[in-house]
Every structure is written in C-alpha cells, then in structure tokens.
Design a protein around this ligand. Structure first.
Ligand SMILES: C[S@@+](CC[C@H](N)C(=O)[O-])C[C@H]1O[C@@H](n2cnc3c(N)ncnc32)[C@H](O)[C@@H]1O
Length: 193
C-alpha cells in the first residue's frame, strides 16, 4: 500500500538532504490554515515566509528578532510576496513572547548577512523555551553545534528537554550522523489528552 503522506505531498523520501526542508515538512503537517505560529528568530525571513505561505488568510505569524536589519529584511521579503498582512514583526528578544501560538520555531545561530556577529544564546533560549512550553502545542528547535555558542545551546537544550515529562511531551531528535557538525533538530509535540 502507498504511504498516505508521500502520496499527498508527492515527497521524494530520498531528498531529505537539508535541515530546513525537513523542519518545514514537519511544520506543514502540524499547522492548519487558521493556526498561529511564532518565528522566534526571523533573520533573513525565510522561515517566516514559509509559515506565511502555508497559513491561510486567518492564520498569523509573530516574528521576533533583536536586530533591526533582520526585521527590515523580513519585512521586505514578505512585502515582495504580498504576505506582510499575515505577519507581525517584533523587534524584541524572544525571552518572552507577546502572544501565544500553537507552534514556536527557533532557527538558532547568527544572522548570515550581517557584519555584526549577533548570535542566539543558551541562557535566553532556555528562558524563551520555558515560556513557549507554557502555551505551544509544538516547538521546533534547529541547532548548529558547529560553532561554540551553538554547541552550548544544543547541549543546554538537550539537558532541559530530557527533564520534560513524557506524558506531556513527545520529543524527538534528528541529525545527519555521517556529517561532522551537522545541524540538528529537536521536535516537540504536546500529548493530546
Ligand atoms: C540563524 S538566524 C535565523 C534564520 C531565519 N529563521 C531565516 O529563515 O533566515 C538567527 C537570528 O536570531 C536572532 N537572534 C539572536 N538572539 C536573539 C534573541 N535573543 N531574540 C530574538 N532573536 C535573536 C539573530 O539576530 C538572527 O537574526
């Protein structure tokens, strides 16, 4: 029998070569068109754009970044695609969110086109995660252990997530184990009761 998921989206199971593609598939499966999502690190705006594309007119994305340049880049990208009306851009640290949402996504690390090296940090991430876990139904955390702060973040998040009760949260970990310092993903979904 054909796998229903592959049939539905015509996915080539051999194409999972890239972490962004992999995470975006999980988000797409999880969200419905009226969902609210949070992009906790908007950067260039690629993840925010993807979320705005898959959500319907009643959906919404709140996108956070501490750098003005990231907020402006994301604004420009979303305007070009006529999707800015679905997105609320917030120039603010993700340690506390203004509104809840069913999905929170973190794509950690630094803003790739900026000269300034402003990277996410383990301590702010843990604060943010605690807040996200109080309302979200799913959380996606992409880590880049190939740089020093990224390694710290990955280890800190892993330690924290191991403490969460399995009756409340399903937590899986994905990586490309034959690549040195490959990015990795923690994918959390709340148990439905
Ligand atoms: C790897 S980039 C995100 C990539 C982005 N999602 C995309 O699709 O292009 C990480 C971003 O996190 C931002 N950042 C760092 N610390 C932050 C914080 N405490 N709160 C919110 N954003 C933060 C950085 O400014 C940077 O733009």
């Amino acid at each position: 029998m054909q796998n229903a998921y592959l049939e539905k989206d015509k996915i080539n199971p051999l194409s999972l070569a890239n972490i962004r593609e992999f995470t975006q598939r999980l988000w797409k499966d999880f969200l419905d068109e009226k969902s609210f999502a949070i992009d906790a690190t908007c950067g260039n705006g690629f993840d925010t754009l993807f979320l705005a594309q898959i959500l319907g007119e009643k959906g919404r994305v709140d996108s956070y970044d501490i750098q003005k340049v990231a907020i402006e880049k994301t604004k420009m990208l979303l305007s070009e695609k006529n999707l800015l009306h679905k997105v609320h851009l917030i120039e603010k640290c993700h340690s506390a969110f203004l509104r809840p949402a069913s999905l929170v996504v973190y794509n950690l690390g630094f803003f790739p086109v900026s000269n300034q090296v402003v990277t996410t940090t383990a301590s702010l991430l843990l604060q943010s995660l605690e807040h996200a876990l109080s309302f979200a139904k799913a959380v996606s955390i992409t880590c880049y252990p190939g740089h020093a702060e990224g390694k710290k973040e990955k280890e800190a998040v892993e330690k924290q997530l191991q403490l969460l009760p399995p009756k409340l949260w399903n937590i899986s970990f994905h990586s490309w184990i034959n690549r040195k310092n490959a990015p990795c993903l923690f994918w959390l979904t709340k148990q439905s009761r």
